[in-house]
Design a protein around this ligand. Structure first.
Ligand code: AMP
Ligand code: ZN
Length: 118
């Protein structure tokens, strides 16, 4: 746990979130500012800053999260498909510096990119 990290605090239960799934590796909760009808954040329990900070020992965790995505999407009723986004660094639009995967789908998801359809 890194003391000043928002997602570490959410993982530790110190800050409330709308959690939809958790296990020994990850916590999954609803994005507070959803860009589509379904907008989840898959957050590893370990504080990893971004994709830039991955080490070989994280290979299993990353594969685990990838395989979890379609299961979560199915649970959310996204039977037509879903989008995943990982923002990396300030140039990639990352705002919270604890690695996370956005899972988006359903009403409001635009065709390309990462903006809500109007
Ligand atoms: P990123 O730009 O990839 O770092 O995305 C950070 C995401 O975290 C944004 O989509 C925010 O809406 C979301 N977010 C920020 N604070 C919270 C919070 N307390 N609970 C849930 N999601 C949050
Ligand atoms: Zn953290």
């Amino acid at each position: 746990m890194t003391t000043d990290c928002l997602f570490c605090k959410i993982v530790a239960g110190e800050i409330p979130s709308e959690q939809v799934y958790s296990d020994e590796h990850v916590v999954v909760f609803k994005d507070i500012n959803p860009k589509a009808a379904v907008h989840l954040l898959i957050v590893p329990r370990e504080h990893i800053i971004s994709l830039n900070d991955l080490e070989e020992r994280h290979d299993g965790l990353m594969a685990y999260m990838m395989r979890l995505l379609p299961k979560l999407a199915k649970e959310q009723g996204l039977d037509k498909g879903f989008r995943t986004v990982i923002n990396t660094g300030p140039g990639g639009g990352q705002l919270v510096f604890h690695l996370h995967i956005h899972l988006l789908g359903g009403e409001g998801l635009s065709g390309v990119g990462f903006s809500r359809a109007v």
